[in-house]
Write a protein that binds this ligand. Structure first.
Ligand code: NIG
Ligand code: FE
Length: 401
């Protein structure tokens, strides 16, 4: 039994050349068993369903609306408890993110409430955030651990993430994030890093709790050598790798990540020409996080240089309690196009096809036969409308698989 979504302006995100978004003005999408089986002009839909021997049980008339792949948020920290709105107010008065972190705020301020929260509380908080993300078009979200930072606690967060995704009706991709050295381990930092590499990473791999390991390589977080130790262990355990890098200073993580065949490096406000060349050669995605960048009043990443070198650019929410408390990808698209000087096409591909690539997923982020039937219909006709009318929720309906 198949469903036909027709009378739509279909944006496949599977185009190329002059038409990267792959627009079909009077288009239709045929789905069966949670997958897309055909995409094309409306007038060919009936012939296609006959040729494919598919019985169309449901016809959904989209009235000329824009129909796109479900959005993929490839970088979130959706599992946390506690409230840091006080830090937002302090920054609004001019305090810096690193200054607040050094005074006991920042990531460390979320550890206590998260560790103290029950599984049920964390699950409910995460489901609520994922449901909100879905309402603005997100159908797949990567969710990182990273707000417990003990060996057992990080594994607990990864289990909560998997359960929350199933409840929220959003496909989740759990990632182990080695975020910072927790305050109680500052004195035996080397031992902690060894535990990450020799105990936590292998346990996460053996338990199938995550498919990738992320680490924050920056001022106030992990050094380049520590990053190499942890990500090396992840590769050894058969996990994909990625890093938060160069938000405040360039520690050479882009070069290291490229060497390790990382899926992505994220933030990269600070990155050298050598780092950019290495990312391009490795095909590593650079994930732009404009919400965090704008909110922390940081200089934007070198988008023009990344583009010129051919580095694939994704755009994500960085949903987290410190620097970017929003799950809305349309809002990020607005900041990407206005503050980061990305084109509308780049912003769209950044939250669809390239975002899927940053997660190592090839079955979503575009509408093509075989892809997951994750679709969003928008109360809009043109792709530009979504960032253009920022702050408005133009979602008409969201379909997951
Ligand atoms: O991606 N940069 C590191 N982590 C988050 C911020 C986390 C927090 O402040 O709680 C980020 O921006
Ligand atoms: Fe982040």
């Amino acid at each position: 039994m198949a469903s036909l979504y027709h009378r739509a302006r279909v944006m496949t995100c599977a185009g190329s050349g002059a038409d990267p978004l792959g627009l079909i003005t009077d288009g239709a999408v045929l789905c069966e068993g949670g997958r897309v089986v055909w995409v094309g002009p409306d007038e060919d839909a009936d012939a296609a369903s006959r040729a494919l021997d598919v019985v169309v049980a449901e016809r959904v008339d989209l009235g000329g609306r824009l129909l796109t792949p479900g959005l993929v948020d490839c970088h979130t920290h959706a599992v946390f408890a506690g409230d840091r709105s006080d830090e937002f107010a302090m920054r609004a008065r001019g305090a810096g993110y690193l200054e607040i972190a050094k005074a006991g705020g920042g990531i460390a301020a979320t550890l206590g409430p998260t560790r103290a929260a029950t599984d049920a509380d964390l699950e409910r908080l995460t489901v609520d955030r994922l449901v909100a993300a879905r309402a603005t078009g997100t159908t797949t979200a990567e969710v990182k651990s990273g707000y417990d930072l003990t060996i057992a606690g990080e594994q607990r967060l990864l289990r909560v993430i998997a359960r929350a995704g199933a409840q929220a009706g959003v496909a989740v991709v759990p990632t182990l994030l080695c975020h910072v050295i927790p305050p109680e381990r500052k004195a035996d930092r080397d031992v902690y890093v060894r535990e990450l590499a020799e105990v936590l990473v292998p346990a996460v791999a053996a338990g199938g709790l995550a498919t990738a390991v992320d680490i924050y390589c920056d001022d106030g977080a992990f050094t380049r050598d520590e990053t190499a130790t942890v990500l090396g262990a992840a590769r050894g355990a058969g996990l994909a790798v990625k890093a938060h890098a160069g938000q405040f200073s360039d520690q050479g993580a882009a070069e290291l990540c490229a060497e390790l065949g990382a899926l992505s490096v994220d933030h990269v406000e600070q990155v050298s020409d050598a780092g950019i060349a290495a990312l391009a050669a490795a095909g590593t995605v650079a994930v732009m996080l404009p919400g965090a960048c704008v909110q922390l009043r940081l200089p934007p990443p070198p988008v023009a240089r990344l583009r010129a070198a051919g580095v694939p650019l994704a755009v994500a929410s960085d949903l987290n309690p410190g620097s970017s408390y929003s799950s809305s990808l349309p809002l990020q698209m607005w900041m990407a196009t206005t503050h980061f000087a990305m084109s509308v096409e780049e912003a769209w591909l950044g939250v669809t096809r390239v975002a899927a690539r940053a997660l190592g997923l090839s079955d979503r982020g575009m509408l093509a036969p075989g892809a997951r039937a994750d679709l969003v219909a928008w109360n809009a006709e043109h792709p530009a409308a979504i960032p253009y009318q920022y702050g408005a929720n133009l979602v008409d309906r969201v379909l997951v698989a």
